[in-house]
Design a protein around this ligand. Sequence first.
Ligand SMILES: Nc1nc2c(c(=O)[nH]1)N[C@H]1C(S)=C(S)[C@@H](COP(=O)(O)O)O[C@H]1N2
Ligand SMILES: [Mo]
Length: 315
Amino acid sequence: MLIRPPADILPSEITSQALFLQRRRLLQSLGAGAALAGLGQDLWAAPEGRPTLGPLSASPYSSQEKTTPLASVTSYNNFYEFGSAKEDPARQAPGRLKTHPWSVAVEGEVKHPRVYDIDSLLKLAPLEERIYRLRCVEGWSMVIPWVGFPLAELIRRVEPTGNAKYVEFVTLADPAQMPGVRSPLLEWPYVEGLRLDEARHPLTLLAVGLYGEVLPAQNGAPIRLVVPWKYGFKSAKSIVRIRFVAEQPRTTWVKAGPSEYGFYSNVNPAVDHPRWSQATERRIGEFRKRPTLPFNGYAEQVADLYRGMDLRRFF
Ligand SMILES: Nc1nc2c(c(=O)[nH]1)N[C@H]1C(S)=C(S)[C@@H](COP(=O)(O)O)O[C@H]1N2
Ligand SMILES: [Mo]
């Protein structure tokens, strides 16, 4: 019998997970809907470690699965602005990526365009904890306790015009902070996009933290998208611009390989990637592969968005 050691759990992480679980039990006993207080500049002024976000309300959308250890969530990443190897972002992003001050321009086909600073975004809506799976097109997955608020809350405030059909997410591309941007790994800046109804869906999250704390740099601090029924690459990190547009945005991975990465990128075990199957996945920390679920397990919530569409053609 082959026994694999739990290589991705460090003693320090076991402690932080224990604290996390303790905090979650406390949250649950307090009940959902607690207000967010005391955020602002102080949040980033903490001398060491990542500041805690809270109080957080629990979400009915959370997965009940065992969460992936914090050490894996923060050390096995895709963030090409900091290199293309899985360990590059953890090595290069912390200390280099300056996440405060930070602002996000919300513009285009909206009645109330506005530049939001990160502090006002943190107070825009009550922060929730959402335990979501993240499934990469490469065939691995994690279960991550994100902290954030629905993108719909922001969309409601800026009021899209009748011409808005899609939302484009543009992320930071600063060669001074991001060594990967100095090489033509991808076309910079990294751009992603959603149809307006996908963007408004209650599962679509603007994440500002994970495991109860402010996002680590390598996970897309200070604000990133999480679209749990789509492949991980739709979840743009370190967003600086959110643009409402009439035409389908030209997104980074579609430009890099149109036959391999479609605009929709819904997790679909029935549509193979041209170079490998998408039928199974390996949960980080586990040995055996498990079957991949349609829409990453969120079919009940999102399949209606695609009624009548041929999802083999619109992959
Ligand atoms: N700006 C930017 N966002 C990005 C990426 C990237 O390279 N640059 N990689 C994507 C991919 S392929 C994945 S799988 C997820 C990984 O998120 P995680 O490192 O927080 O797990 O981020 C996505 N968002
Ligand atoms: Mo990915």
